[in-house]
Design a protein around this ligand. Structure first.
Ligand SMILES: [Zn+2]
Length: 348
């Protein structure tokens, strides 16, 4: 991604959400589930039983809501494994390993996986790239697409840039969303989701090969949006939601100006439901990213992105973009909001 404009200064900092909403954090990426009330009915009534009922009435709703939170720790763990592959720049050995990682994961899960391979025309010549598409069919006609990019920057190939936030965090997020959707579908008739189909797209070639421009960036999304435009697939897409760089411990998601207003409202409503307002849309700015090829073709789209990464954005596109800068907590927030957004789009 790239800023189109730097006119808005990033200032407001996110504060911690109420602690009861989350499992306690113990070090980077480690979570401890809150203990649930023990279901012990061994007492014989009287004060003990009354106390238990009172306790259950007070505590159970909190415990149940905590249980329903997205598993940000699982997303963090997927991201950790993915970032551990190392730099994943196109044509490099880590890129092949990243492809193998995604292929093996979704094949093992028996998901509907498509590999959309193509050759991009880049400043260094033809470069083979591959988008991964994982489909979860729904019972309602129409598709919600969630996207991320998974590769790292070719120009940064000589530093140890692993893109923990930029690429890996949202790859882990989408892998965990896949786990949720798979589990949900498994218990439903025909193993179909109750609403729209949900497709997860892991884009390749988001980053510039040399220097960011309209023709040197977003290779995977431009390729796929054009292909889906030609074959009519775009007409089925009700919403496209892009996740980029939202593993940041200090989560501060901007309102991206070219995103579709009703989708921004849906994401804001989803965030409000969990009391996450402070993490969302405190600033507005235009960003060039993988959503634009879809926006330009009239697909309702949103870029859910946090451009402010580290002091003065000093972790962005540097060797400092490592796992200690991202958190399971932020991925819980992201996952809660994405899952709730899917639900709200289904109801729309
Ligand atoms: Zn980047």
């Amino acid at each position: 991604m790239i800023f189109r404009s730097l006119k808005k200064q990033i200032e407001a900092r996110a504060l911690g959400a109420p602690s009861f909403l989350f499992p306690a954090r113990v070090g980077a990426g480690t979570t401890v589930a809150p203990s649930l009330p023990r279901r012990c009915f061994c007492g014989k009534g009287g004060i003990a039983q009354t106390s238990f009922i009172l306790f259950a009435l007070l505590i159970a709703p909190i415990a149940i809501s905590a249980q329903q939170h997205f598993d940000g720790a699982a997303a963090y763990e997927y991201a950790r494994q993915f970032a551990a592959i190392g730099p994943r720049w196109p044509t490099g050995p880590g890129h092949i390993k990243a492809e193998e990682f995604l292929r093996a994961h979704f094949q093992r899960a028996h998901d509907q996986l498509e590999e959309d391979t193509f050759t991009a025309d880049t400043p260094i010549g033809p470069v083979p790239l591959c988008n991964f598409i994982v489909r979860f069919p729904g019972s309602k006609p129409g598709v919600i697409v969630l996207g991320t990019h998974y590769e790292t920057n070719y120009p940064l190939r000589n530093i140890n840039f692993v893109g923990a936030n930029d690429g890996a965090s949202t790859t882990g997020l989408l892998m965990t969303i896949a786990d949720r959707l798979r589990a949900e579908a498994a218990g439903l008739p025909g193993k179909k989701l109750s609403g729209y189909s949900v497709w997860l797209v892991f884009f390749d070639g988001e980053e510039a090969i040399q220097q960011w421009s309209a023709s040197d960036s977003t290779y995977g999304s431009r390729h796929l949006a054009a292909k889906w435009g030609r074959d009519g697939t775009l007409n089925q897409i009700k919403a496209f939601m892009l996740a980029d760089m939202i593993g940041d411990k200090d989560l501060d998601i901007q309102k991206e100006s070219q995103s579709t207003p009703w989708l921004i409202s849906i994401v804001a409503d989803a965030a409000n439901k969990f009391g996450y307002q402070r993490y969302f849309f405190q600033q507005e700015m235009p960003v060039e990213d993988d959503h634009l090829p879809f926006v330009q073709r009239g697909v309702p789209s949103i870029d859910v992105i946090d451009l402010d990464y580290g002091p003065n954005n000093s972790y962005h596109h540097t060797a400092q973009d490592t796992m200690d800068k991202i958190s399971a907590h932020s991925l819980t927030i992201d996952g809660d909001v994405f899952m709730e957004s899917i639900r709200l789009i289904d109801q729309r």
